[in-house]
Design a protein around this ligand. Structure first.
Ligand code: GCU
Length: 357
């Protein structure tokens, strides 16, 4: 069974070897550029300063464990000011807490994918973004923020994932201004298409110390070269979700071996920071074992810097087990495609371990 992915992380595109941390910085820049031009499209440059305006006073929630507030994030774009709302949940403990910038499908305070009470009572904060407030999940490239830049008309013009990732970074711009967040310990998190987005945001934006991919699958943590039964492919995505990516990616349908990248690049670009990849047993579409092998193949990005990357087995992990040692953590739980409490609890455990608390 195939377990190794090309191209190698520790080889520059010109064939020379990446042999230390300094070389890796250059390799990371090269990989990000390849991913931008061949897969997601270039994320637009931020213009000017991002600001936050709170739109409600802190309100006690979750039996008094948490505080809830709303705010708007503002920034300039080449076509004028843009703003989107966020919802903020923090422990009511007067401290700066580690936190999550979470882009979600819904904007509900008590949402299936957002166990607020568990999160705040574990001493974590959340800034919630609703992806539709940034740009709609369809092919309208003029919708909201997506229409606020001069999108290159060539094959590298951004797809929607790059615009959602841009918005996650704008929240990061102001996170230090929100009481209850420790801006040095923030994770980018998302599920499924928004897990792809969290990975791409976190790969690019080094202010995210932790990057979390929940069931992100094809175009996220699952590779193109290694697929298992019933896994999603680029060919499928070209028909259904072409607008998430740039035009260049389309050419790789059924030509995975010719790709100048694979998804281990995306995970590797988080190095030397922390990345956590999660799969679910019944989520064949997202290809759990491929997600695990992406971690395996990204690991040299940490090792070349003298750090532990992925420390688990190459063989598929047993259901309901994890690999927690090292900066590339992975878990697979029973159940279906979902951002569950089991997943949140795992991410909080990984971050708490790292923070020694
Ligand atoms: C579809 C799509 C996946 C995506 C998922 C989701 O199943 O094919 O790539 O991850 O939607 O976002 O829920």
């Amino acid at each position: 069974m195939k377990t190794e992915l090309e191209p190698k992380i520790l080889r520059f595109a010109d064939g020379t070897e990446v042999s230390n941390a300094e070389d890796f910085r250059k390799r990371r820049a090269e990989m990000l550029d390849i991913l931008a031009s061949e897969e997601y499209g270039y994320i637009p440059e931020a213009v000017g300063k991002t600001e936050i305006a709170f739109s409600s006073a802190p309100k006690s929630i979750s039996a008094g464990f948490g505080l809830f507030r709303t705010a708007n994030v503002f920034f300039d774009t080449p076509k004028g000011k843009f703003t989107f709302p966020i919802k903020i949940y923090t422990p009511d403990n007067g401290k700066k807490n580690p936190g999550f910038v979470f882009m979600n499908f819904n904007f509900n305070t008590f949402d299936a994918y957002l166990p607020v009470e568990e999160i705040v009572s574990n001493g974590f904060s959340v800034a919630l973004i609703h992806y539709n407030d940034v740009t709609s999940d369809n092919g309208d490239m003029n919708d909201k923020l997506c229409g606020m830049f001069d999108r290159p008309s060539n094959n590298t013009g951004y797809g929607k994932i790059s615009i959602w990732a841009f918005a996650m970074s704008r929240v990061m711009d102001v996170i230090g201004e929100i009481d209850g967040f420790d801006s040095e310990n923030i994770a980018a998190i998302g599920h499924s298409r928004l897990g792809k987005t969290a990975l791409w945001a976190g790969a690019n934006d080094e202010r995210f110390k932790y990057v979390i991919s929940n069931d992100s699958g094809c175009g996220g943590a699952a590779s193109e070269r290694i697929k298992h039964d019933n896994a999603e492919t680029i060919a499928h995505m070209n028909n259904v979700f072409p607008y998430w990516f740039c035009e260049n990616r389309k050419q790789y349908a059924d030509r995975a071996d010719e790709m100048p990248f694979d998804q281990h690049f995306l995970v590797a670009c988080v190095a030397p920071r922390f990345v956590s990849v999660a799969s679910a047993e019944k989520d064949a579409w997202a290809d759990p074992y491929s997600e695990q092998l992406t971690c395996v193949n990204a690991s040299p990005a940490w090792e070349v810097q003298g750090l532990k990357g992925y420390c688990g087995s190459v063989e598929p992990l047993a259901i309901d087990t994890s690999s927690d040692e090292g900066r590339v953590t992975y878990h697979i739980r029973k159940g279906a495609h979902y951002l569950s409490r089991v997943d949140w609890n795992y991410y909080m455990k990984v971050i708490s371990n790292e923070l020694g608390r």
